[in-house]
Design a protein around this ligand. Sequence first.
Ligand SMILES: [Zn+2]
Length: 170
Amino acid sequence: MNTRPCFDVYQAGAARKSRRVAEELVTDYYRIAPREWHAMPYEVKTLQALDSSEIVDTALAHTLCYRFRRQAGTLVLAEGDLYRICLQDHRILDTALSTNARLDALLTYVLTHELVHVVRFGQRLQRMDLPEELRQDEEYYVERLTRNILARTGDPEIIRLFSASPIELN
Ligand SMILES: [Zn+2]
């Protein structure tokens, strides 16, 4: 049984709002057309909706890729990759507390980082099965892109989070 604290209704609302903000920021940065988003569908799940295999205690969030196929009888209607951003509510709440961060700012930070992963996987700029020894480099690169994107918001709270002690994203 999961005893980790989950977002309450207000915190879940903040996650939805931050998702819209992050999506807009990443869309502007990469100039992504709606049809391009359509080709790399993603969903954002909070802790309550995660499978136990998707829960991690070492990161604020991570992104997984699942194959999906919709069929009517033998006819394949759609198939492809679905990215699932798994928010780790318990780790996010802990970090918001320890860094004294506004939750929506922290969530915008986390979701922007994860959406950069989605775009890099979805546009085949990076492979999903990256060998272990190259993962750290990819993380640094994604984090650098994330900071460039977020710097454009001019939100002092988000910018303060960059300089806070390292935040473990995945
Ligand atoms: Zn990452």
